[in-house]
Design a protein around this ligand. Structure first.
Ligand code: SAH
Length: 408
């Protein structure tokens, strides 16, 4: 049975790398569009548990029960009924079915849902010796089995979701602020920006909002599992429940190595309430001792400005800094004019005359396609990423570090 990790578009390769870091060979990993497929052989249960706990950039972990041709409803029904659902679904458990179809003769989602559900119920009724057409009693107290299907090119993939809530929900961030970046994407930004703490480089988010970017960076640096504080749907599913206990033990051993190490991590925001929220979130994430938050207007022109070299020097006590942020943008936070004014401010302060200042590297995520024009400098590298449904670009200004030899 293959393990499938779904991802935001643009993060597939990062998730592939995460699976290799967990010890799975590259030959068992296939990076596809918005998902990564792992053939873990007989070890699928442990793989599901480990990946749920450790993927920072993946959205969900599904276990694929089977793949079969399904060009019409009869084929879909037969392929579904042929599977040993009685091994996977216990008496009383609630069965939910959801999915998608693309490029296939079957396209009505609700019709496919009801066919699949009927086929599963028919199989379970037969295996429990009930009369054909019997209904099953479902009791939410016995747990829910979320069946997922994907029909692509007339082939159905039948899967069970082992994550429950999406994996970006780590458990440290209440849903309070206006436009937070997804945790999975914040982790990806940190990974892609190639932060170099071993060289004393400080990581600073001057528009920190709820603190997601520095908090994810702290968890990466300390090798803390992103899923350490939360529960997963699969933990109450008998097929993989025991594997979660094993994976949590492994996690505790692995986490003990760096959990007390200190890293230069900082976040600031113009809004004191956001600073307070970031502090509370960092405490919930278990990294409050290594991330410091303070109030600053990032683009104020004086020495108090959050991006001013003097202020950064005082706050971080480091001479090299990596600035990683997603500044406010038009549609959701402010009017476009105000968002542009902030970008222009970033340009004036960090990219004077179009050249990157020598004391920092800059990674910015923005949905604004005019970003480079507004800051007055072309990025050295850009990459398309999605914050949920919003298409964004990650702009890297790392040129100084690259051309200055000694610093790269
Ligand atoms: N990455 C953040 C979301 C950033 S939203 C998160 O994880 O939640 C943008 C943030 O920029 C908001 O919190 C807003 O208060 C802050 N902001 C707006 N103008 C600012 C300015 N001039 N200086 C610093 N912060 C500012």
């Amino acid at each position: 049975m293959d393990v499938i990790v779904t991802t935001l578009m643009g993060l597939e390769a990062l998730v592939g790398a995460e699976l290799r870091d967990l010890g799975y060979p590259a030959s068992a990993i296939a990076v596809e569009n918005a998902r990564v497929v792992l053939d873990a052989g007989d070890d699928y249960a442990l793989a599901c548990a480990r990946i749920n706990l450790w993927t920072r950039c993946g959205e969900r972990v599904l276990l694929e029960m089977a793949r079969a041709p399904a060009a019409d409803f009869d084929a879909l029904f037969d392929a579904t009924r042929a599977l040993p659902w009685e091994e996977w679904i216990a008496r009383g458990q609630v069965i939910t079915v959801d999915g998608y179809a693309r490029n296939s003769a079957l396209f009505g989602i609700s019709a496919c849902q009801s066919i699949i559900k009927k086929a599963i119920v028919a199989r379970l009724a037969a295996s429990r010796g009930l009369a054909p057409g019997s209904r099953l009693v479902e009791d939410p107290a016995r747990g829910t089995i979320p069946v997922r299907f994907g029909i692509v090119d007339d082939v159905v993939s039948l899967m069970i979701d082992t994550s429950g809530a999406g994996l970006h929900k780590r458990g440290y961030r209440p849903l309070r602020n206006v436009a937070p970046i997804r945790e999975t994407l914040a982790a990806a930004l940190v990974r892609l920006s190639l932060w170099r703490p071993s060289r004393g480089e400080a990581l600073v988010d001057p528009f920190c909002g709820s603190g997601t970017i520095p908090i994810e960076a702290a968890m990466i640096a300390r090798d803390l599992a992103p899923g350490r504080q939360r529960a997963f749907g699969g933990e109450s599913w008998h097929v993989i429940r025991d594997a979660f206990a094993v994976a949590r033990e492994e996690m505790a051993a692995r986490e003990s190595r760096y959990r007390d190490r200190m890293y230069p991590l900082f976040g600031s925001d113009i809004d004191p309430q956001m600073v307070a929220l970031s502090c509370a979130n960092a405490a919930r994430a278990g990294v409050a001792d290594t991330v410091r938050f303070y109030q600053a207007d990032a683009i104020a022109g004086d020495r108090e400005g959050g991006l001013h070299p003097r202020r950064l020097q005082t706050e971080t006590e480091a001479t090299d800094r990596l600035v990683v942020c997603n500044p406010p943008y038009g549609e959701r936070l402010r009017d476009p004019e105000a968002a542009r004014a902030i970008q222009a401010g970033i340009g004036v302060i960090c990219l004077p005359g179009g050249n990157l200042r020598t004391d920092l590297r800059l990674t910015v995520l923005s949905p604004d396609e005019a970003f480079e024009r507004t800051v007055g400098s072309r990025a050295d590298k850009r990459r398309k990423l999605y914050n949920g449904m919003i298409k964004c670009t990650m702009y890297h200004y790392h040129r100084y570090a690259v051309t200055s030899g000694g610093k790269s």
